[in-house]
Design a protein. Structure first.
Length: 269
């Protein structure tokens, strides 16, 4: 196994939306994959830009961990109990936009670092509450820290949140065959729909786009959200589609968002 330090690791003090680096957490890993110094890359799916570099492909998507956003607080207060002016830390423009829409009276504070670093910042009082992906807390055995899980209808997750992407080179048959053993078709299908929306809207982790699809009995139920960073406007759309054609559902939902004015928000962001 080869561990690669990415631009996202080196720019830990820079807000994600202001980094100016595309594929902040994957660029160097994909370069190593394309250059054949590694044969398989494992990413947090939400870190992947909408379009992959030529010659690379997603060969497998393991079963998704909890996709929701988790809320943590220093004194046990729930999000709706926080006093006006309370500081809520997050490292995501997507979360920042939606949290400001939900609670325009609290201060949303940009916060970076790995899960343990963010928890230490919460404990020492850098913020009064913290919102981050539940999946990271669960995988690190820190789920007891979670005070509340936001339902997707309230705080829509990032595209691919909670899922891992197993990336390989196109044409590497034996490697693709090996990693296919850990592919979960239900998760793979849902994330395909979400990423189709992302590609149509033209964004990555540094834009205020959110989408979540869930599959049941051959039907995909998908939510999409685009919000102004200041929280003054939030556009939401929801649609059902066939699991056999996830890309069409993602495109349909993206068109609905654009029809409602999402393009203006994204251009400004």
């Amino acid at each position: 196994m080869q561990v690669i330090r990415t631009s996202g690791d080196r720019l830990a003090r820079v807000p994600l939306a202001r980094s100016g680096v595309k594929g902040l957490f994957v660029k160097e890993i994909e370069e190593a994959l394309a250059g054949r110094s590694v044969d398989v890359a494992v990413h947090s799916f939400k870190d992947l830009p909408a379009d992959l570099p030529p010659g690379l492909t997603i060969a497998a998507v393991p079963r998704r961990e909890d996709p929701r956003d988790a809320y943590l607080s220093r004194d046990g207060k729930q999000f709706d109990e926080l006093p006006s002016g309370a500081r809520v830390g997050t490292g995501s423009l997507r979360r920042l936009s939606q949290l400001r829409y939900l609670r325009g009276d609290v201060e949303i504070t940009p916060i970076r670092g790995n899960v343990d670093t963010r928890l230490r910042k919460l404990e020492r009082g850098d913020c009064d509450a913290l919102v981050l992906a539940a999946a990271g807390l669960i995988r690190l055995g820190r789920s007891l820290s979670i005070k509340h899980l936001f339902p997707p209808e309230q705080l829509c997750p990032a595209v691919g949140q909670g899922a891992l992407a197993i990336e390989t080179r196109e044409g590497d048959g034996p490697i693709a065959e090996a990693v296919a053993l850990i592919d979960d078709p239900v998760t793979h299908t849902a994330v395909r729909a979400e990423r189709a929306l992302l590609r149509r809207l033209g964004g990555g982790c540094a834009v205020p786009i959110a989408a979540y699809a869930s599959a049941s009995h051959g039907v995909l139920d998908m939510i999409g959200v685009v919000a102004r960073p200041d929280g003054s406007r939030l556009i939401r759309a929801q649609a059902l589609g066939s699991s056999s054609d996830p890309d069409s559902l993602g495109l349909t939902l993206a068109e609905d968002l654009l029809h409602q004015g999402a393009g203006e928000i994204l251009e400004a962001a």
